[in-house]
Ligand binder design. Structure first.
Ligand code: 6PG
Length: 221
């Protein structure tokens, strides 16, 4: 994971610099799971922290499990422990998904938060980081589920996945919201996901949500 995480950390720094120079802020969407652990830790090390102007960086999440923010399954908690606790960033720059709310209410709240951030215009993130599940899911968009059909909303509540753990409801960005981003990177440690990765790479995995993300750059280890 080290090489892929290093390369991605460098890319995030370069993208942040460019976005801040052009638009005075950088919106970065984080993923959950275990693949970004090393990346998040790297971003807190002296060589990277000095390159990142956190006062102009806004953090969002691509998906969240519907649990409290201090629950061990919370994607926010994972990022807090590995990244947020070790950097200086204004609290107002942290836009976590409210996993503790009734899921539909949480999705509506997040839609409103994103809409405010984008001055009521189109939700268009600078950079979205995603992961890959062994069933081909990405964010909390699972194969064969109704969430994949969402074309209007940018964020939706989805039922607990049938196979993937933890089996709790989730909030997730929709496909259109993800595909609208300026840059999308998919980071994955491959063990257990080689088959799905190969199929997607060979163009035979159209049924997998990760394959529905257009123009993503893959960082695999
Ligand atoms: C989550 C995710 C999810 C994750 C993949 C990969 O909340 O579970 O955001 O989409 O990125 O399941 O997980 P790993 O990085 O643990 O392999």
């Amino acid at each position: 994971m080290e090489e892929a995480s290093q390369a991605l950390a460098q890319r995030i720094c370069a993208s942040a610099r460019q976005a801040i120079a052009q638009r005075n802020r950088f919106s970065l969407v984080l993923s959950g799971g275990s693949s970004p652990h090393m990346l998040f830790q790297l971003l807190t090390t002296p060589s990277f922290v000095g390159q990142l102007d956190w006062s102009h960086i806004h953090l969002f999440w691509g998906d969240e499990r519907c649990v409290a923010p201090d629950h061990r399954h919370s994607n926010f908690l994972m990022a807090k422990e590995r990244l947020l606790n070790h950097i200086t960033i204004p609290a107002t720059n942290i836009h976590r998904m409210p996993g503790e709310m009734v899921p539909e209410d949480g999705a509506n709240r997040y839609q409103a938060d994103m809409s405010d951030f984008f001055n009521k215009g189109e939700v268009k993130f600078d950079f979205i980081l995603l992961g890959l599940g062994s069933d081909g899911h990405t964010a909390s968009l699972f194969p064969g589920t109704a969430g994949l059909e969402e074309m209007e909303k940018d964020v939706i509540a989805v039922p607990p996945p049938l196979v993937m753990k933890p089996q709790v409801e989730r909030l997730t960005l929709s496909l259109p919201a993800i595909n609208r981003a300026r840059e999308i990177c998919l980071l994955s440690g491959l063990p257990g996901k080689e088959a799905v990765f190969e199929k997607i790479k060979n163009g035979q995995g159209q049924q997998f949500p990760a394959a529905m993300i257009k123009g993503a750059d893959w960082y695999v280890a």
